[in-house]
Design a protein around this ligand. Structure first.
Ligand SMILES: [Zn+2]
Length: 325
């Protein structure tokens, strides 16, 4: 296989989430001006890798066992990989496929593979750069909401009629959708491009973590590296994706009417539920993080995590009474 990291420029930056950013090689080939602000990003896990550019929007990925795609070939070529090496990679990958097929055939338990289509981020966006004057208010918004996570938050290059922050959705490090959070007070606050069954935050979960926290909104998830269903319920497909993490799943409902229905969904899927006793004006995990900080909020969530259906029903009644007061 190919170690893509050995082909990218030496001038690079590694983020805590495993992405390596460097000046994107694609833009000059896609009709954009050359990238000088390290807007290309690559993440490699074993022999899998994916690439995206937040300057021209070009994306490409490689998964062993599948043919090397047209876009992956392009990218490797721009990075200076020899065409014979690309061809060799393709052959090795296909060889791996026949081995994978054999193993799958021997495997009597058929597992449905969860997958999403790869999508591009909206046109004309760029990464938030806290150094830029015209980006300061976006960074201030994230700071105000207690978001310290390094995440590729995007904004419009040319300011549109409504200021927004675009949050790319990823699954196994490929971009599969996005949401726009508008910063004014008009509705809708969010516009989502989301595939059915998708859960935000899958890639934020670390292999050694023993639990995963599921919340309703994307900023709740971003503030504690949790997962978000972004609905008032958890669909069967979303539950399947969560179970795939093979760890404790703790659902934290918003403390409002919508929260009540996500509690029912959590019980149905046999997940744990945590309803910390927060002050009246703390309605969700993000409010709690802003008020108490990340560590304390996580501690509250774990201390109040409950598995017993009877106890969860009791807590639900307590929340109902609080909402009726
Ligand atoms: Zn590019």
């Amino acid at each position: 296989m190919i170690d893509i990291l050995s082909y990218i420029p030496q001038k690079r930056k590694q983020t805590s989430s495993g992405w390596v950013s460097f000046n994107a090689p694609c833009c000059v080939h896609t009709g954009e001006s050359a990238d000088r602000r390290s807007r290309g990003g690559v993440k490699q896990q074993e022999d899998d890798w994916s690439y995206h550019c937040f300057n021209c929007g070009f994306t490409a990925s490689f998964v062993p066992g599948r043919p090397v795609s047209y876009k992956a070939r392009k990218l490797l070529g721009w990075l200076g990989v020899d065409s014979t090496d690309i061809e060799r990679l393709n052959l090795e990958s296909l060889k791996r496929k026949s081995l994978l097929d054999l193993t799958a055939e021997r495997n009597t338990i058929k597992q449905t593979q969860i997958d999403f289509d790869e999508k591009e981020v909206p046109e004309g966006v760029e990464l938030i750069d806290p150094e830029l004057d015209q980006h300061k208010h976006y960074q201030q918004y994230l700071d105000k909401r207690g978001i310290v996570l390094e995440y590729p938050f995007l904004v419009d290059k040319k300011r549109g009629p409504r200021d927004r922050i675009v949050v790319p959705y990823t699954y196994k490090n490929r971009i599969v959708g996005h949401t726009s959070r508008y910063l004014d007070s008009r509705t809708p606050k969010f516009i989502n491009s989301q595939q059915p069954g998708y859960v935000f935050g899958y890639d934020l979960q670390k292999p050694n973590w023993t639990s995963a926290i599921v919340v309703e909104g994307i900023f709740d998830a971003l503030s504690i590296s949790g997962l978000a269903c972004m609905h008032e319920t958890i669909s069967k497909e979303q539950a399947q994706l969560l179970k795939q993490l093979k760890r404790r799943i703790i659902v934290v409902p918003d403390q409002d009417r919508a929260g009540l229905s996500i509690i029912d969904a959590a019980v149905e899927h046999k997940f744990e539920v945590s309803i910390p006793e927060w002050p009246e004006d703390v309605k969700d995990v993000n409010d709690a993080v802003v008020r108490f900080g990340v560590a304390h909020t996580l501690q509250q969530i774990h201390q109040n995590a409950e598995r017993s259906k009877i106890k969860i029903e009791m807590f639900k009644k307590r929340l109902q009474r609080k909402l009726n007061d």
